[in-house]
Each structure stands twice: as C-alpha cells, then as structure tokens.
Write a protein that binds this ligand. Structure first.
Ligand code: GDP
Ligand code: CA
Length: 333
C-alpha cells in the first residue's frame, strides 16, 4: 500500500503525524511519500532555508517546537541577536541556533553539488520521519507576492506602484496584511518535478491533500509543471481535507491568500477551487468539518463526494482519526 500526500508546513505535518499513527496500527506495511512545498524556500544570511520541508521533518522526527509549530524545540536565538547587533537585515526571519545547523548542512551540500532531494534524504537520516520526504522540485522556485509598494510609491498619475515581495517577507514581516494582487512561483516555467515525484502520484494507491494552505502550499506544488496533471490522471483515489473550518482558516492567513485568487474562504470554496476529478479537477472526495455540515449538498452537487467529520487536529489521536476518515473515503467508490 503506497500513500502519497502533498504537504505544506504545519497543517500538512499535523495531518501526517496522524496518518503515520493510523497506518502503524492498521496497515503496518504501508509506505508514505510526502511531496513537500519548496516555494517558501529562501536565502537568509547566506543559508538556504526550506521552512516547509523542515517543518515536516522536525514534526515527524519529534524535534519541532510544540509551542511555535515551526523550528526546533529547546531553541535559543543567540546568532539572531548577534546579527541584529550588527544591524544586518533581514531581522524579521527567526533563525534559531539549533535550526541553523540544518541550514548549514543543506547549504554546504547544495554547494557541493548534491540535489535538494538528496540533501533532504540525508537530513532525514537523523530525524527518521517514517515517510519518504520528496521536495516538489530540485529546481530553484520561490513564491513571490505582488503588492502595492509598501513605501507608498506611486506612478506620476497617482496609481500605486506594484512590487513583488518574497512570500516569507509578505507572510512574516507584513503578516499577510498587505493585500496581495497575485502569487507568482518564480522559476515554475523551468522547473521539473523532483525524481520520483510523478511516479509517487501516478503509482500510489491513495493520494491525499492534507489541510495545507490551498494557495501557497498545495497550490504551489501543483504549479510545478506535470504535478497537477499527475493528480488529475492518477488511477488512485484523491481525497482532500478542508483547511477552512467555519469559513476561517484554523491557523495562519489562508483567507488573505484565497481572497487574492478570488476564492471564497469556505470549505466549499476550496473544494470547488480544486474541482472534481470527474470534471477534470483534482479531488474525488473532500472531508469537511462537522461545523460545516450544511455545505455537504453544494459540494456533492459539484461532483465531489463530501464527507463530514471532526477535522481539528488537536492531538495525535484526533489527527489519526481524521486520517482514518480519509483512508476510508479512499476505499469507498
Ligand atoms: P504552513 O505551510 O505552515 O502554513 O502550513 P500548511 O500549509 O501545511 O497548513 C496551513 C493550513 O492548515 C491553514 O490554512 C490552516 O487553516 C490549516 N490547519 C491547521 N491546523 C488545522 C486543523 O487542525 N484542522 C484543519 N482542518 N485545518 C488546519
Ligand atoms: Ca509554508
């Protein structure tokens, strides 16, 4: 049994912890492949940082900060304080001392000619996440966000000038408060899926879309040429979970992302955005939270089988129960 999931950071990781636990009990021979988002990747102080890959690796490896949901537990920030004392930018990105070791190894290995897929596998030797973690691409792709220039600069006719910020600057520094006009995955046109990424989707028994951000996590992975087509055409059932509960993101600022691409922030909005596979879309079944139960009929009407279940991943048991709902949905024709 091969299960392949597309994942961003926190939402994806919490789901994967539950999926791994559910399979350990029910199907111990099952293998999980995770296709990770690298659109969030960024150079900081000369280091290559891959926030979503690391969130998956640290969460499944037991090294994540439970309090923050990203970065390492028992973290200190001495290097960041020293950099700030020198007055070097950027100061808004929190690199912890333990975390820096990961980025040093990654940066050195990439410079030595290893691919991101190889480097990620090497880092996972330590963390033993219990899944095969594949970056969506080994190419350099970065999500940029088109906004009105934050300095307020305007053209001679008074219209605001637009500028593109790295996704991390928009998300962390500006807390997604600058209205986004567009998300652009820079480098997407030249990117190719990482080795095994397409096979992991087309050769899977089940494909899952965890409750990750539909625009800047799953949406980014789907922009790598070939990946969305693989999800559309795989013989495996594709089951997704809504990251939107009660018309709001559970955490983070997915509403700002959905607004920018003209999608309603609701369990239905995201389902229709992915679309029914029978209509050339991406999902066969869609799990929504019990609080959104009244949305069932409209999702079913779009050709997507709607399943109502508790989707709040408050602990491993809750995540495992949600994963079991998805696996059951995949078994039901
Ligand atoms: P990020 O890369 O760290 O932002 O994480 P992801 O993209 O993987 O996941 C972010 C999304 O997960 C957000 O849109 C949240 O609404 C959603 N999310 C987080 N926790 C939960 C949860 O417990 N239940 C559900 N249904 N969605 C969640
Ligand atoms: Ca992310």
């Amino acid at each position: 049994m091969h299960i392949t999931a597309l994942a961003g950071g926190i939402g994806g990781s919490r789901f994967l912890v539950g999926l791994r636990a559910a399979l350990a009990d029910d199907l111990p021979d099952a293998q999980i492949t995770v296709i990770g988002n690298t659109g969030d990747d960024i150079w900081i102080h000369g280091l290559r940082v891959c926030p979503d890959l690391d969130t998956v690796m640290y969460t499944l490896g037991g090294g994540i900060s439970a309090e923050r949901g990203w970065g390492r537990e028992d973290e200190t920030f001495t290097v960041r304080e020293e950099l700030a004392a020198y007055g070097v930018e950027p100061t808004w990105f929190g690199l912890g001392d333990r975390d820096i070791a990961t980025h040093l190894i990654r940066t050195q290995s990439l410079a030595a000619g290893y691919t991101l897929t190889e480097v990620t596998a090497a880092l996972c030797e330590r963390w033993q996440p219990g899944v095969r973690l594949l970056p969506m691409t080994d190419g350099r792709t970065e999500t940029h966000v088109v906004v009105d220039d934050p300095t307020g600069a305007t053209a001679p006719d008074g219209t605001p000038l637009r500028t593109a910020l790295h996704f991390q600057e928009w998300w962390i520094r500006y807390r997604a408060q600058l209205p986004a006009h567009e998300f652009v995955l820079v480098g997407a046109d030249q990117a190719t899926p990482g080795p095994d990424v397409i096979d992991a989707i087309t050769g899977a028994d089940v494909v899952l879309l965890p409750p990750s951000n539909p625009v800047v996590s799953i949406g980014t992975i789907l922009q790598v040429p070939g990946i969305a087509d693989a999800v559309r055409s795989t013989p495996a059932p594709v089951v997704g979970v809504s990251p939107i509960v009660g018309d709001a993101p559970v955490r983070g600022m997915a509403d700002a992302c959905l607004r920018a691409i003209g999608v309603e922030t609701s369990a239905t909005g995201v389902a229709l955005h992915y679309g029914a596979r029978t209509e050339g879309g991406l999902v066969d079944a869609w799990v929504i939270d019990t609080v959104d139960a009244e949305r069932t009929a409209e999702i079913d009407a779009a050709g997507i089988r709607c399943i109502v279940a508790p989707t709040m991943m408050t602990d491993e048991a809750a995540s495992a129960a949600l994963a079991r709902v998805c696996l059951e949905a995949a078994r039901t024709p």
